[in-house]
Design a binder for this molecule. Structure first.
Ligand code: VGL
Ligand code: ZN
Length: 203
């Protein structure tokens, strides 16, 4: 069984949001069109407490983009974003939320970030994403969302590692690109790990 997996399509990752991804809003109509083609649509939400350890507000001496240590792991300092219950954490205003069957929230522990929809960054804990997909006999994922070079990449790599067949919809992803070339690199990494790529399908 196939499922559409939507990664972090939230207001804070859209232009005007706290951690805006350039042209992130362009994917919303593309995602909406694809939704009706899938029996299962699962979406992740980045869902941080207000004092999350990745937030620049918690590290007055550091700048956004700097790497710090957080509970034993390297951690990029991000602008405060996707705070639980805030408007920025809600799904993108134009997204067809009625078409989503299950939501997985991640990044809820203030001491550990979680780019992947499956596990936190140290794999200390799993979300219920894998169990949900297996319970619904899903073995094939079609992935779209934000951001190519972080949450999309780590979700896809974990999915492949867990044995799912993965197709990345390149028309439905956009990235942060802290450094020029990050998105191209991320796409290469996902491809080498076994993800199939759609070309610029316009649907
Ligand atoms: C993300 C940075 C921090 C993402 C989430 O959704 O790609 N990136 N938190
Ligand atoms: Zn985050």
């Amino acid at each position: 069984m196939k499922a559409l997996l939507l990664i972090d399509i939230q207001n804070d990752f859209l232009p005007g949001g706290a951690l805006a991804v350039a042209d992130g809003d362009e994917i919303v109509p593309i995602v909406n069109r694809w939704m009706s083609e899938f029996e299962f649509v699962v979406a992740t939400q980045d869902w941080h407490p207000a004092d999350h350890g990745s937030f620049v507000s918690q590290h007055a001496a550091n700048h956004v983009g700097e790497i710090i240590r957080l509970d034993g792991l390297d951690q990029i300092v991000w602008p405060d974003h996707c705070v639980q219950g805030s408007q920025g954490a809600e799904f993108a205003s134009g997204l067809n939320v009625q078409g989503i069957h299950h939501v997985v929230q991640k990044g809820t522990d203030r001491l550990i970030d979680s780019y992947s929809g499956f596990f936190d960054n140290a794999r200390r804990k799993a979300t219920n994403l894998e169990a949900y997909l297996r319970n619904h006999d899903v073995d094939e994922l079609h992935v779209m969302g934000l951001a190519t070079d972080y949450c999309v990449k780590f979700t896809v790599l974990d999915a492949l590692d867990l044995g799912f067949k993965v197709t990345l919809h390149t028309e439905g992803i956009r990235g942060v690109e802290l450094n020029a070339g990050d998105c191209a690199l991320a796409i290469e990494e996902m491809k080498s790990a076994g993800a199939l790529m759609t070309q610029e399908i316009t649907k």
